[in-house]
Design a protein around this ligand. Structure first.
Ligand SMILES: C[S@@+](CC[C@H](N)C(=O)[O-])C[C@H]1O[C@@H](n2cnc3c(N)ncnc32)[C@H](O)[C@@H]1O
Length: 240
């Protein structure tokens, strides 16, 4: 290549570098790791139902294997003590981070209701179920104040990072209680109301004590409390 050919080429490269630089400055930088937490980013409620408006990103975060380090999903599901053939009800299932594990825990003879109000979450769940060839899960498109579950079907109701989204929390707990089998349990896992490296803003969180007061009002009492999760309380309740 001659000197004359180098000139225009260099100019073109410089222009390209300038465009890339300008675009880079315009695109918002997404903070990595704990600063933009998964699965509850700080801008959590700029979309519908307490979700961020960028649902694709949110779904990717919620199902990311990086979440396993602190969410300990297999340990959580083991602590639920589900038996083969039982029915689990995953309330606010999102794209099914817990749902698929619950489906495995109850086996082919068992069943999972995966309840969410956001149709796109359930669409993402259906795609994951299809890829994993899981057939013992029914996605349920619910309404904000009602999971729309039949009465008396759940051995375990699991609510993870969702309780603080319910518009009428006490009323919702009563509906969940009606969906329980006689010896069923309701499990609530949600962020402690103290600063944690991940999780929604403090004013979106429901303190453990507040939840327990609301649960008592709905006729539920605490029967166990595993303590291995670093940022969330893990409360197992039964009907009184
Ligand atoms: C923080 S995500 C948690 C998802 C899932 N439990 C997990 O741990 O991966 C909260 C989910 O609750 C759903 N949600 C919000 N309000 C709800 C309501 N009133 N009833 C049922 N689901 C709700 C949202 O659409 C979202 O999928």
């Amino acid at each position: 290549m001659t000197q004359e050919e180098h000139g225009p080429r260099r100019a073109a490269m410089a222009a390209l570098a300038l465009v890339v630089g300008i675009l880079g400055a315009l695109v918002p930088v997404r903070a990595a790791g704990p600063q933009r937490p998964s699965p509850a980013p700080s801008a959590e409620s700029d979309g519908q139902y307490g979700n961020p408006s960028d649902l694709d990103d949110y779904i990717a975060e919620m199902t990311s294997p990086e979440r396993d380090a602190w969410q300990k999903p297999d340990q959580v599901v083991a602590a639920l003590g589900l038996k083969k053939g039982e029915t689990a009800c995953d309330i606010g299932s999102g794209p099914g981070y817990f749902t698929l594990r619950l489906a495995r825990a109850v086996g082919f003879g068992g069943f999972v209701y995966a309840v969410d109000v956001e149709a796109r979450m359930l669409q993402a769940l259906r795609e994951r179920l299809e890829r994993a060839r899981v057939r013992n899960v029914a996605p349920v498109l619910a309404v904000s104040d009602d999971p729309l579950l039949p009465p008396g079907v759940c051995d375990v109701v699991l609510v993870v990072d969702t309780y603080h989204h319910f518009p009428d929390r006490a009323g919702y707990l009563k509906r969940l209680r009606r969906s329980l089998k006689p010896k069923g349990r309701i499990v609530n896992i949600d962020y402690q109301r103290r600063p944690t490296p991940i999780g929604p803003p403090l004013d979106h969180r429901v303190a453990r004590a507040t939840f327990l007061t609301e649960a008592k009002g709905a006729g539920l009492s605490l029967v166990a409390e595993p303590t291995f999760l670093p940022y969330q309380y893990f409360l197992i309740l039964a009907a009184k």
